[in-house]
Design a protein around this ligand. Sequence first.
Ligand code: MG
Length: 250
Amino acid sequence: MIIIKTLAEIEAMKEAGRVSAKVLRKTGELVRPGISTLELDRFAENLIRMEGGTPAFLGYGGFRGSICSSVNDQIVHGIPAQDVVLREGDIVSIDTGAIVGGWYGDNAATFAVGQISEQAQQLLKVTEESMWAGIAAALKGNHLGDIGHAVQQIAEAAGFGVVREYVGHGIGRNMHEDPNVPNFGKAGKGVRLEAGMVLAIEPMINVGTHQTRGPFSDRWTVYTADGSLSAHFEKTVAVTDDGPLILTAE
Ligand code: MG
């Protein structure tokens, strides 16, 4: 069941979104060779709490981090750890979520660690562009498939693979609500979008094939099947009468 939010509820969600966005930006600013993903996690958790929020991911299904930190061929759900130290040339996808006043915010971005390859730069650029295309399609009267179609077209035109097994989602008083928001699909198909729907739009794009492997023994980290790099960009977006409204904004 898709939970439609009132204008007042969307307004209230902006605070969770603001905290999530600030934490993502500030944590991203710390990304550099030599820092561990656990240090990033500690920083993010402190900042979420200082801003009056609660980390949305900590304890979720037993997850041990306040952020997800996924390096290179890790697609999503990487667990922050002291011994995961970022190196020059890596890319790291950071996902941050905060709960404020019972509402969730959720966003992600992939960051370069020092100087990265041209291919990695292209992956980050295309993945972010595909997210913006998906957001632009989040219009009242459009269909869910329009979002996925927009994302898929951009990613595949660049020769990249669109992850199928993990998708965006509705969000509100729960981190994951209906509907699922795939990053692939057919224009004009699926649920019709209505004002008051709030969606986490989050393409996960691989340099190589769309296939994934894992999670393995840590129960969380998902990898590209072919070992190629993967990027992830995400924003929480409300469908409104006036077009898409980004809630994870400062
Ligand atoms: Mg999400």
